[in-house]
Design a protein around this ligand. Sequence first.
Ligand code: HAM
Length: 534
Amino acid sequence: MPNLIKIVRGARDLLPPEIETWNFVEALVRDLFRAYNFQEIRTPILEDLQLFQRSIGQETDIVSKEMFAWHEGPSVEQELERAWIKQYRDRYTDINFQVRVSDKASVDILAKAGGVFHIIELTNRVNRDAVQRLRHCGKLWASTPGKDPNVKLALAAPASAVVGLADAELEEIELQRLSVELEDPQWLALRPENTAGVVRAYIEHALWERPGLQRFYYIGPQFRRERPQKGRYRQFYQIGAEVIGPPSAGSESPAVDAEILEMLAALLDRLGIKGWTLELNSVGCANDRPKYLETLRAALESVVHTMCADCQRRVQTNPLRVLDCKVLQDQPIIEKLPRQSDYLDENCRAHFAEVQKILTALGVPFVLNHRLVRGLDYYTRTAFEFTHGALGAQNAILGGGRYDGLSEALGGPPAPGIGFSIGEDRLVMILQESAAALAKPPDVYIASLGAGMNVHAALLARELRSQAVIVTVGDETFKLKKSLETASKTGARFALIVGENEVSSGRFALKNLGTGEQVSVVRTQIAGLVKPRG
Ligand code: HAM
């Protein structure tokens, strides 16, 4: 038997009835976001890897460890091989590519010229390492029993790559200069998040030329090569929104931050999700960040050797991330580190105070968390997460914040912005308890009984569906008992019996599968009786 092909690690099939909860959430979200004047944007799942390197940051876990990325076009090896064939193949006979010379080594090209074997290595860098590798292969070849020890060596490389080696160092090695310019291959990536794509689209389509602030929302899959566990997947879904625009349109206003947070609170309330916590922080801006980083680095200098390996690395790459460390032993040290909130400049302090003032006036509860730094580098000023106890270790339902310098970092005009992304998988997980109530079983199961009845069942089904009745249909070969059993299994509330007598008389037996009660009805009454009320 052939092996079963299984779903890839960290991906999920979303099946009925769970999918009903997803659709319910998405319909509600679209409705609510429209009321706040957001419009949908769809950006590609595939983007240039550099987009994420320059926005999320090279040193973040997402970019350094979790990207699904690959390069497009021919590899360096393929391009070198092609150039070599064009320029050199005529000199040789018996040309073979990728030939093993021992268990441990293979050579790029083995060919004959004047009856002598030549080992030719393709390289894009002619340096001592390349020379040594080639000599090593030559020796392996010559010392292998049965192989002709009289072998010649050649290095083939782009003409521009031959630098910094004295002729003497090449001695008996022939240098074959390839006329090929190796272009940097384009690296593509599956998007790990959607903010970078939205800002790229904002810049690419000059959306700042449109009046006012741009207010976008998106719903779609994202990809991160994380270790899968409950609430953490490699393909997961986000519902997000971004507000972005020139400062003159009010994009920096704390009122926008507060509006977004109020909208999120309203969304969770409307979904009936209780027990969430809004954690809020200000991570400062380009003006006050350097001073804070300097102080943080200085404070870490004397203690970092006692911290976990990740923190030791983070001090070098991005000290802010130390504040995010979850290792138990490091917590007392982190608690004593200087806080960003004490280093905010006057503008950031006033901005953050105003956000809090509006939230308090609106009755949106929040807690300040001075250690909230988020896992992406683009954030400035307001940063937030909504957490929920029911989620366990991965307790963030959503996260977001301001990214006032992101557009400029991607080569665009000044365009401060703020946004959030909800982990839809996690949101649905919280809602799952009420999923049964959300699932929509059919209103009626049409039991066609006897030869020729499938046609009549199909006609009736079409009629009912045009009146928004959810219908599922049986098969004329089923006996009555089997039909009623199948009807119950589908969860239908009614079974409608369509047999020869019913069709000729125009009266049908309608059985309430909950109560067992059965009534005889005419065609035009059916829809009104089976549709759920309210
Ligand atoms: P993030 O914090 O990386 O932010 O992700 C937002 C949410 O996506 C998380 O709170 C979580 O619910 C969900 N999430 C993240 N990774 C996974 C995963 N592997 N499996 C399941 N759910 C996951 C962002 O992505 C930013 N783009 C948010 C943003 C928008 N900031 C400004 N605008």
